[in-house]
Design a protein around this ligand. Structure first.
Ligand SMILES: *Cc1c(COP(=O)(O)O)cnc(C)c1O
Ligand code: SF4
Length: 335
């Protein structure tokens, strides 16, 4: 692993950690000592989906090692240039399920707000890599309309803040949004889907913890982590704090080729999460998003991996293997 003084600088300042990113193949090649040959392959793919890696994750990536399971999640490659007919721009049908800009409402009791357009890191396999965030901005006008929509839909009892990454908003913006949501009396649970506590653990500020603790909502935090190497001591202590200030702390992963497609790797992840107070929730089959087919693992292979995982772990550490099928009323179990 690479020692990074920059990581120390950002230990307590998440906003500068969020800004301090690698955005060009040249910067990345230099930061992790990639060979000239390796780095040439990165150029084209960054035009499809920009490269973004916060300096703060470099300490969790091995130097000049293209197979590193953390790096692979963020590394643009020539393979992204291949288009496949079975892969789509909006593989999960988000846009057909958006009654208003900024909200996706697919399931009976819960709806999802696109809270932010910004992510701390760009994951190459992201099913929202083609998402038209510019049409989904949560302006104050949109926010008012969303609150009105929620009032008119009493079957909704849970709101999910998603994105982009909702924790890329600062604490006061988040607080305002949560207060507005609290005014809708039939909403009982607030869920936050975020990768930030994994990527930039200093995001878990005392103020954020207070906001969660003092909300009238039941609070659920769902993290996104795919490999045990993503969890260092700082991530662990951030998670343990979140655990104390929320009603449930869960993790979702995506099953990704050459990153976590083995029962051993997934078992290690589950145990590492459990050390941090986090319970594995979902293991998603890759959503068939265009330009990322090389990450895909078939449903058949996935079930074999999870059958093996079940033999290694106590039941409560085995994530549910699911897939999202556009138009279905819930995630679909893969069996
Ligand atoms: C995945 C998802 C949810 C949450 O589903 P759960 O099974 O409750 O975790 C809600 N809304 C949308 C649009 C989703 O994609
Ligand atoms: S953090 Fe989540 S939404 Fe953002 S690029 Fe990664 S997978 Fe996509």
């Amino acid at each position: 692993m690479i020692p990074r003084t920059a990581t120390l600088l950002h230990k307590n300042d998440w906003k500068s950690a969020l800004r301090n990113t690698i955005n060009t193949p040249q910067q990345l090649a230099q930061a992790i000592s990639l060979s000239q040959e390796a780095y040439k392959g990165l150029m084209h793919a960054t035009e499809l989906f920009p490269l973004k890696i916060p300096i703060s994750v470099l300490s969790r990536i091995q130097e000049n090692h293209l197979d590193d399971p953390v790096l692979r999640q963020y590394l643009p490659t020539e393979k992204e240039m291949q288009e496949h007919p079975d892969y789509q721009i909006d593989p999960v049908g988000d846009l057909n399920a958006s009654p208003l800009p900024g909200i996706i409402h697919k399931y009976q009791s819960r709806a999802l707000i696109i809270t932010s357009q910004v992510c701390a890191v760009h994951c190459r396999y992201c099913f929202r890599r083609h998402f038209p965030y510019q049409d989904m901005q949560l302006t104050s006008k949109h926010q008012e309309k969303i609150i009105a929509y929620l009032r008119e839909n009493p079957a909704l009892n849970e709101i999910i803040l998603s994105g982009g990454d909702p924790l890329s908003l600062d604490d006061e913006k988040l607080y305002e949004l949560i207060q507005a949501l609290e005014s809708v009396s039939h909403i009982k649970t607030l869920r936050i889907h975020s990768r930030l506590p994994i990527v930039i653990p200093s995001r878990v500020t005392d103020r954020l913890l207070d906001i969660l603790k003092n909300s009238r909502f039941k609070t659920v935090m769902v993290l996104h982590c795919n490999h045990a190497n993503e969890i260092d001591e700082d991530v662990e202590s951030a998670c343990l704090k979140l655990k104390q200030h929320t009603d449930a702390l869960l993790n979702q992963s995506v099953l990704l080729r050459s990153i976590n497609d083995s029962a051993d790797v997934l078992a290690e992840l589950s145990y590492r999460l459990f050390d941090c107070g986090v319970i594995p929730y979902y293991l998603h089959l890759f959503d068939k998003v265009q330009n990322a087919a090389h990450f895909d693992i078939s449903a058949k292979q996935a079930t074999i991996i999870v059958d093996n995982l079940r033999k290694k772990l106590p039941g409560y550490l085995v994530p549910k293997l699911v897939t999202e099928i556009a138009g279905e009323p819930c995630k679909t179990p893969v069996e």
